[in-house]
Design a protein around this ligand. Structure first.
Ligand code: HEC
Length: 207
């Protein structure tokens, strides 16, 4: 515009007049641009099959990492078996890191929650109790129940991870509870794959 004088609008109220100062064009461009972008972004980010949400991707990554485990039984034999299984412990540790270290600290050496690396336990006497406590919690004492939040397989792998923590921590929270008997010996590692399969899968499709 050639003249820099602001224009006055026609109307006048009680002697008060108003300059004509419209918001500039670029401002409108940004406003409408963000609205249009927002519509497409919401549609694509939240509803398109090509952009799975973060929880979906996380779940998929989790499944990829322990899909091979299938659905694990929660019995002592399974917990013991995975307590010496490298991949089982690694996955158990990653689940522990996400959900448990806020209270039990990294490596389970204890914080708000008790030290899980010593021989003293408050609610645990045998291996099976680990899965029980993890699943049902000790809610009145501040240990949440994980039965509704984590799958059975995840809780079994956590129990396995906690099993092998015992004896790990020299420096941690002071022991709480009573000394409990040592865990049973873990089973001997399974023979290599080419050995005879001792555990046939019953419901495998017959060919
Ligand atoms: C909000 C804090 C908190 C979180 C998170 C938490 N715990 Fe605990 N946990 C506790 C407390 C407190 C106790 C002790 C309960 C008691 O005094 O009876 C406990 C007890 C336990 C025990 C029994 C220990 C014993 O001495 O009897 C196990 C096993 C355990 N937690 C495992 C886990 C696992 C695995 C996770 C993650 C899935 C987890 N906890 C997450 C607070 C927590």
């Amino acid at each position: 515009m050639s003249d820099n004088q602001p224009r006055l609008m026609e109307h006048e109220y009680d002697g008060i007049r108003e300059y004509d100062n419209p918001t500039p064009g670029w401002w409108h461009m940004i406003l409408w641009g963000t609205i249009v972008f927002g519509i497409f972004y919401t549609a694509i980010y939240h509803f398109s099959v090509f952009t799975p949400s973060i929880p979906t991707r996380w779940k998929a990554a989790q499944l990829a990492s322990y899909g091979d485990f299938g659905n694990l039984d929660s019995d002592q034999a399974t917990v013991l078996k995975f307590s010496i299984d490298e991949k089982g412990v690694a996955v158990g540790e990653s689940i522990f890191k996400i959900n448990c270290i806020a209270c039990h600290a990294s490596g389970g050496v204890g914080g708000t929650g008790p030290n899980l690396t010593d021989d003293h336990f408050l609610n645990v006497k045998v291996i099976d109790d680990l899965y029980e406590v993890i699943s049902n919690g000790v809610v009145s004492n501040g240990m949440p129940a994980w039965g509704n939040r984590l799958s059975q397989t995840e809780r079994v792998l956590l129990a396995a991870y906690v099993t092998q923590l015992r004896g790990n921590g020299s420096k941690g929270k002071a022991p709480e509870g009573e000394i409990i008997p040592a865990w049973p010996e873990p089973p001997a590692p399974e023979p290599a794959d080419d050995a005879e399969d001792t555990e046939p899968v019953d419901d495998a499709p017959s060919e």
